[in-house]
Design a protein around this ligand. Structure first.
Ligand SMILES: NC(=O)c1ccc[n+]([C@@H]2O[C@H](COP(=O)([O-])OP(=O)(O)OC[C@H]3O[C@@H](n4cnc5c(N)ncnc54)[C@H](O)[C@@H]3O)[C@@H](O)[C@H]2O)c1
Length: 429
């Protein structure tokens, strides 16, 4: 090897978004002040104990999380990097060298390590929910990367909600934009009635290139065996023969990913769900296709447009193209005026300013805020691990977001309108 680099489950909790935001602020403050015990590894530990973090999946994003947690350690946070896990031995060894943490080839082995209190799941999308479920059942709290689940996993994503509640665990979904104070500004403006009742949101994600899906292949000769665990990679995906493309460039394939809808829209869409206090949409329609990158074995769309109608009588319209990065300003339209956001760029750190354009009177430009949202998201998660308060992107919120994305993608794949039945909490196509 080259060295390179259930079906029928009770309804999930439906918490009010403002309550989330209050809980976050409280949890962050409390973590610094209280000496209340917190539960981890199935037993009660003192609040001053150091939290042991295990990283499952140490590719691009997992490595970035390692860097974030190392910065938290340097800043004095009582947290320790105790274990790393990856299905590809080269990345595992690199991460172990970088952190001094114990290395495990399979996530079940990492979960059996009593030094691990919380895990960070940053594997390909389809593994998030199964690995998070295993972690909860092993008594660990979970920071689970977005998207919360694969588009085919609605039932087990729902199960993740009920199991989190039943086992009294903390789950933070990696929609780090939710930790950016800029979005709280939008929430406050909306709550204050700055533009009246909201009827429409229009936004998008625009990228020049397909590098997101054509991920680099560090070793074209790689094969399943002791250095590469193909079976663990597949998880509950169809059992197909190994190819280096499927293993390393998994974002190209529908078996493991969903394209812009589930990869990019979580960043764009989540803050609006949070700021507007939305839950499940009533209806989703989507269009698009492989319009530009037609010459290779890509299965996920490169152009994707989704329209969601919410029972609150408002629509969210999101568009994505990978043809170029010319962006239009995101807009929130209400019956008393309009909000526009200036330069949300990567959508997670914040934006430069928010402009309030009232139906009558002068427009107002309010400076926005930019922060390292992933760092703040970890701070919020660790505070909640100690206080047992709900994090900003808790699993119920994550499930609302994921359900909407699943509806759009399933509708797109089947060329149908997807509806949500609130009584049975099911997607109807
Ligand atoms: N929140 C964000 O801003 C953000 C940014 C990038 C990626 N992500 C998310 O992080 C996840 C990972 O993306 P990435 O770009 O790091 O992908 P990647 O391919 O670089 O990393 C995934 C890693 O998981 C490993 N892996 C595969 N199967 C495994 C298994 N069964 N057990 C343990 N490890 C296994 C792979 O070998 C690889 O090292 C994706 O779901 C993605 O959506 C989120």
């Amino acid at each position: 090897m080259k060295r390179h680099n259930p079906p029928s489950v009770p309804a999930p909790p439906t918490l009010d978004r403002r309550a989330f935001i209050r809980a976050t602020a409280q949890a962050t403050a409390l973590s610094a002040l209280t000496a209340a015990p917190f539960v981890a590894r199935g037993r009660v530990l003192g609040a001053n104990d150091t939290v042991g973090v295990g990283f499952i999946g140490v590719g691009g994003r997992g490595r970035s999380h390692i860097g974030t947690v190392q910065r938290l350690v340097a800043a004095g946070e009582k947290v320790r990097l105790v274990a790393v896990c990856d299905a590809y031995r080269y990345r595992l060894e690199e991460a172990a060298k970088l952190t001094g943490a114990k290395a495990y080839g399979r996530h079940q082995e990492l979960l059996a390590d009593p030094a691990v209190d919380v895990v960070c799941v940053a594997t390909p999308d389809r593994l998030h929910v199964p690995q998070a479920l295993d972690a909860l059942r092993a008594g660990k709290d979970v920071y689970c990367e977005k998207p919360m689940g694969h588009w085919s996993q609605f039932n087990i994503s729902k199960q993740l909600c009920t199991e989190t509640r039943r086992l009294n665990r903390i789950v933070q979904i990696g929609n780090q934009g939710n930790s950016s104070p800029a979005w709280r500004q939008v929430n406050e403006l909306v709550q204050q009635g700055a533009i009246g009742r909201i009827q429409q949101v229009q936004a998008g994600f625009y990228r020049d290139g397909d590098w997101g899906e054509r991920m680099p292949i560090p070793d074209p000769e790689a094969k399943p065996g002791p250095d590469l665990d193909w079976e663990a990679f597949l998880g509950d995906a169809p059992k197909v023969p190994f190819t280096v493309d499927r293993f390393f460039s998994w974002r190209k394939y529908l078996d493991y990913a969903g394209g812009p809808c589930t990869d990019l829209f979580p960043h764009v869409f989540t803050p609006f769900v949070s700021a507007l206090g939305l839950k499940f949409p009533a209806l989703a329609v989507a269009s698009g296709g492989i319009f530009k990158y037609t010459t290779y074995d890509r299965e996920v769309p490169d152009t994707f447009n989704m329209c969601l109608d919410y029972p609150e009588k408002l629509s969210i319209v999101l568009t994505c193209t990978l043809t170029n990065e010319y962006a239009t300003e995101p807009v929130i339209r209400g019956d008393e005026g309009t909000l526009t956001l200036q330069n949300p760029a990567d959508w997670t750190s914040g934006f430069d300013s928010v402009t309030v354009i009232p139906r009558r009177g002068a427009k107002k430009v309010i400076p926005g805020q930019r922060i390292d949202a992933t760092y703040a998201h970890w701070q919020n998660f660790l505070a909640c691990v100690r206080t047992r308060a709900q994090p900003v992107s808790d699993v119920a919120f994550g499930f609302h977001v994921q359900t909407a994305l699943n509806m759009a993608l399933l509708g797109f794949l089947q060329r149908k309108v997807a509806r949500f039945d609130p009584a049975s909490e099911a997607i109807v196509l």
